[in-house]
Design a protein around this ligand. Structure first.
Ligand code: IMP
Length: 430
């Protein structure tokens, strides 16, 4: 009996998609447990690039079962488009390879309209959301007015809930946000068509996973976003609206805590962030520009340029504790080649106080001074390397220093986007 949770330990975009795709070879079932199509994982297999937003990144492996857990918020239109694209590529040929929790909540057109309109009105104070309706959908879930797959499957229940919600949302959209009202019939008809496409996949995913884990199948839980975007443990309010930490697997997939066995944290060897919010090690000069250019640091969902900075061991250390990391995977070390000197942030200073973990106050985070340690860089190209010993000595020292500062051992280092461009240090993950 074995499970593995994969979480991002920065602000998302750590390269989880590639790592999950790789680890999926060892797994039987791959599960998403939070977030929605605000995530976008880029997979490169045999030179072909595929972006998945909702379906777990393990989907490119034949015969693996992919599960969308109850903690995910699902835009059914996006999901149908994703299924169509993947099927054209020969994936998901059998309906039993995709399972959607009957209690996952649906992103509705009014959620997207509210998300976009609020961001517009916030102006300078905007969160920089992906505009996919994620926050408003989770709000409705907590306010107990959300619409779940089980509700969509019952036409009368769906009609009632939609009609009730739309009355309220149209008043809010019109009077407060100054937006157009949305049409009931249009939404109802579109969602009934989507229901017909998705119904074959909908099931009790919590029970299915319990049974699969109990009978010894290997289950991989794929986190979206990163620990610093967690609604409780991240840089609130510049966060997403779900819990992104490993503990969210229990609630977001409906499995018991004793079923979580291994947790691998994914981190870039530097740091990036999209959207607004504090970023203590952000670089504004040519070094940041180099990371953005060589790392191709542009959002997979929105195309926005990512903010880039040095590796922050304070962030990683906080995430290691909150997630209970049992190992680390470092990504994009190839991007650092050519920088003569590298910096790692080991702590923060603010108002005479030293911080070894991320403080909760955005005001402190925006004003603190990062404490840096300098390490010599390397100029060699790393993408063809497949073993730790083959790395230039300064690259090895950089990795070892990260391990020391975070207190977790590195099991995998990614040296390029392709599945094979990976150094596996300790191969067994489950
Ligand atoms: P939301 O999740 O669309 O509400 O956006 C809230 C914040 O999370 C924004 O700063 C987004 O840029 C960020 N965010 C959401 N999803 C991702 C992701 O997959 N990668 C990186 N940042 C994300």
């Amino acid at each position: 009996m074995s499970t593995l949770v994969v979480v991002g330990i920065q602000w998302g975009d750590e390269g989880k998609g590639k790592v999950v795709d790789l680890l999926a070879q060892e797994a039987d079932v791959i599960v998403r447990f939070q977030g929605g199509n605000n995530a976008g994982h880029t997979l490169v297999v045999g030179g072909q690039k595929t972006i998945v937003r909702l379906i777990p990144s393990g989907v490119l492996h034949a015969g693996k079962v992919c599960v969308i857990g109850n903690g995910v918020v699902v835009d059914p239109q996006v999901l149908v488009e994703e299924i169509d694209t993947l099927q054209q590529q020969g994936c998901l040929s059998d309906a039993s390879l995709l399972r959607i929790s009957e209690t996952a909540h649906l992103i509705m057109p009014y959620h997207k309209a509210i998300d976009l309109a609020r961001e517009r009105l916030r102006g300078e104070g905007r969160i920089g959301t992906t505009g996919r309706g994620i926050g408003p959908t989770y709000e409705d879930k907590m306010a107990r007015v959300g619409i779940r797959f089980v509700d969509l499957l019952d036409e009368e229940v769906f009609r009632d809930k939609l009609s009730h919600n739309l009355q309220e949302k149209n008043i809010y959209l019109g009077s407060i946000l100054k937006e157009q009202a949305l049409d009931f019939q249009q939404i109802f008809d579109a969602y009934c068509r989507l229901r017909d496409r998705l119904a074959p996949y909908v099931m009790n995913a919590s029970r299915y996973l319990h049974e699969e884990i109990s009978r010894g199948r290997k289950v991989l839980f794929e986190g979206a976003q990163g620990t610093m975007l967690d609604v409780d443990h991240g840089t609130y309010p510049f966060v997403t609206s779900s819990n992104t930490v490993a503990g969210a697997v229990c609630t977001g997939a409906g499995i018991a805590p004793q079923f979580i066995h291994n947790v691998i944290g994914i981190s870039k060897t530097y740091t990036t962030r999209v959207g607004s919010g504090p970023f203590p090690t952000e670089l504004f000069g040519p070094e940041g520009e180099k990371l953005r250019r060589d790392g191709g640091e542009f959002g997979t969902v929105t195309g926005r340029p990512r903010r880039c900075g040095w590796f922050d061991a304070v962030v990683a250390r906080t995430a290691a504790r909150v997630n209970g990391l049992t190992s680390l995977a470092l990504t994009k070390i190839d991007v650092l080649s050519g920088l003569p000197t590298l910096r790692i942030c080991t702590g923060y200073e603010y108002n005479g106080r030293h911080y070894d973990e991320v403080p909760p106050s955005v005001q402190v985070l925006e004003r603190l001074t990062p404490v840096y340690e300098e390490l010599p860089g390397w100029s060699e190209r790393l993408t063809e390397l497949r073993s730790l010993d083959a790395l230039p000595v300064n690259a090895r020292r950089y990795v070892e220093r990260i391990e020391q500062l975070v207190g977790v051992s590195v099991k995998m280092i990614s040296v390029g986007a392709g599945r094979e461009e990976t150094i596996l240090i300790r191969p067994a993950f489950f």
